[in-house]
Design a protein around this ligand. Structure first.
Ligand SMILES: C=C(O[C@H]1C=CC=C(C(=O)O)[C@@H]1O)C(=O)O
Length: 468
């Protein structure tokens, strides 16, 4: 896709709309949201995001290459930062307030265009936060200043501003145009990352011991399943090119959701196969994804591995636990729930998983944030029983998961949208990146196999960085 260089709208056109908003704000005696959407010529979404990151702008990237949908947000017109266990409810309340009396101009109103909140949540709001995840609070939803929606080969630009009667509307309009003009400049660095040094955050032996004792506790009946994660730090010789890393992820994982959230010098990014929930037109879609095995070098070996995953008692029970939890959660809020009896194989570049898609029709008026709250953490990233498994992770794992394995996504003004589970990810800062991966531990788990499985999962980001 070519980079759009032409200005899609003039400062005076934007200023006109903003001053209508400012007059409305004066009448109401409060600040309001003004959002304006127009179709534009094609732009390159990864370049836009990469450039926003280079400019140290808060930015968001979300793409499903196989479904031709990409969302990019840059700058923040408004941020909803929430803490603790009420973080989803508080965010929904703030969004509702912001939308009240908003001036929204969006003629075509296609999915993902118009004002949208974009961001994510931490895995466990009760875990003591470390400096690693600075800038990524328990809950962060951004209403970007500049938002681009790419849907079915059409491209829409949305400008969002929060203004009051005293706002200099000309300045605001210029700020948006200048930001857009800065974003359409090329984002690639002119050097490669060079050799990567790899370092475990916790020695492999220690992690395997934790897996072993947890598996023993599961075998004794203390838990049914606990997902344990580990992290590793890679350091390159040169700065990691985030735009090239995203290109690489999309090319290698077209069926996954490629996502990124940039905060200052840091960028949290990944390509996850796991949708947490999508809500569109009252239809709710999610999936159970748990149970993993490597890919084979030949199609014969690959099929043999796939068959052994389908027939593995350990993996099928690990998977069934996730299906059960999702089904229970859906039955509470949906009138119709469809859950296939047998999982299917999801074949990714270097790993295959057991997958069960789950679909339901919402019975009552619910926001996607309520669904996210209900589903997170699924036993695919936490365990069962949920509360006990999370407590075990908190005590045993010795890892600040931050936003790893947590909800990342976006929602629109109807409270519909999509969230994924932030897996196969890394937190990048300059030359360094911290990679995260976890495995579902059952009573018969083997620590060496789980360690190897987590390496396969880390490979996603490792090769995206290596080849960036
Ligand atoms: C926790 C992760 O994967 C989950 C999703 C798919 C398969 C999984 C497994 O087989 O253990 C995990 O539950 C991760 O990628 O870090």
């Amino acid at each position: 896709m070519a980079i759009a260089t032409e200005i899609f709208t003039s400062t005076s056109e934007l200023e006109n709309i903003f001053s209508t908003g400012a007059r409305q704000a004066a009448e109401l005696g409060k600040a309001i949201l003004v959002s304006y959407t127009v179709p534009i010529d094609a732009a390159n979404p990864i370049e836009l995001f990469g450039r926003a990151h280079q400019l140290n702008q808060t930015a968001f990237y979300w793409a499903r290459p196989d479904s031709n949908f990409t969302l990019v947000g840059a700058g923040s017109a408004f941020e909803i930062i929430t803490e603790g266990e009420s973080r989803f409810e508080t965010a929904a309340h703030e969004w509702r307030e912001l939308l009240q009396d908003a001036l929204i101009l969006n003629e075509d109103d296609v999915w993902g265009s118009g004002p949208a909140l974009m961001g994510g949540y931490s895995f466990d709001p009760l875990y003591k936060r470390s400096s690693l995840w600075e800038g990524y609070p328990d809950g962060l939803l951004i209403l970007p200043k500049v938002q681009l929606t790419f849907s079915d080969n059409r491209c829409y630009f949305t400008a969002n501003v929060h203004l009051n009667a005293d706002t200099d509307t000309w300045d605001k309009a210029e700020e948006i145009i200048q930001l857009y003009n800065a974003l359409v400049q090329p984002a690639h660095l002119d050097y490669e990352p060079g050799r990567l040094a790899f370092e475990e955050l916790l020695p492999a032996r220690t992690w395997k011991n934790i897996v072993e004792t947890t598996a023993e506790d599961i075998a004794k009946g203390k838990f049914k399943k606990v997902v344990l994660a580990r992290a590793a730090r890679v350091t390159a010789e040169n700065k990691i090119d985030v735009a090239r890393m995203l290109c690489r992820l999309e090319a290698s994982y077209p069926t996954a959701i490629t996502y990124a959230v940039s905060r200052g010098e840091q960028c949290f990014a990944g390509a996850t196969p796991e949708r947490l929930v999508r809500l569109q037109g009252g239809l709710v879609q999610t999936m159970a994804l748990a149970g993993s095995i490597a890919r084979g070098a030949t199609s014969e070996k690959d099929n043999r591995l796939g068959d052994s995953l389908m027939n593995s008692g350990k993996d099928r029970s690990e998977h069934a636990i996730v299906v059960g939890m999702i089904k229970d959660a859906f039955e509470k809020v949906c009138s119709e729930v469809n859950v296939p009896e047998t999982p299917q194989l999801l074949k990714l570049k270097n790993v295959q998983h057991l997958l069960t898609p789950v679909i339901g029709r919402l019975a009552a008026d619910k926001s996607i944030l309520q669904l996210v709250e209900q589903l997170h953490p699924t036993p695919a990233v936490g365990g069962l029983p949920g509360r006990e498994a999370i407590a075990a992770i908190r005590e045993r794992e010795q890892l600040d998961r931050g936003w790893y394995a947590a909800p990342v996504g976006w929602l629109d003004r109807r409270f519909e949208g999509e969230f994924a589970v932030a897996l196969r990810c890394a937190l990048v800062k300059g030359k360094a990146a911290t990679l995260f991966a976890g495995c579902g531990i059952m009573g018969d788990s083997n620590p060496d196999s789980e360690y190897a499985e987590s390496n396969l999962k880390m490979r996603v980001m490792l090769s995206a960085i290596e080849n960036s």
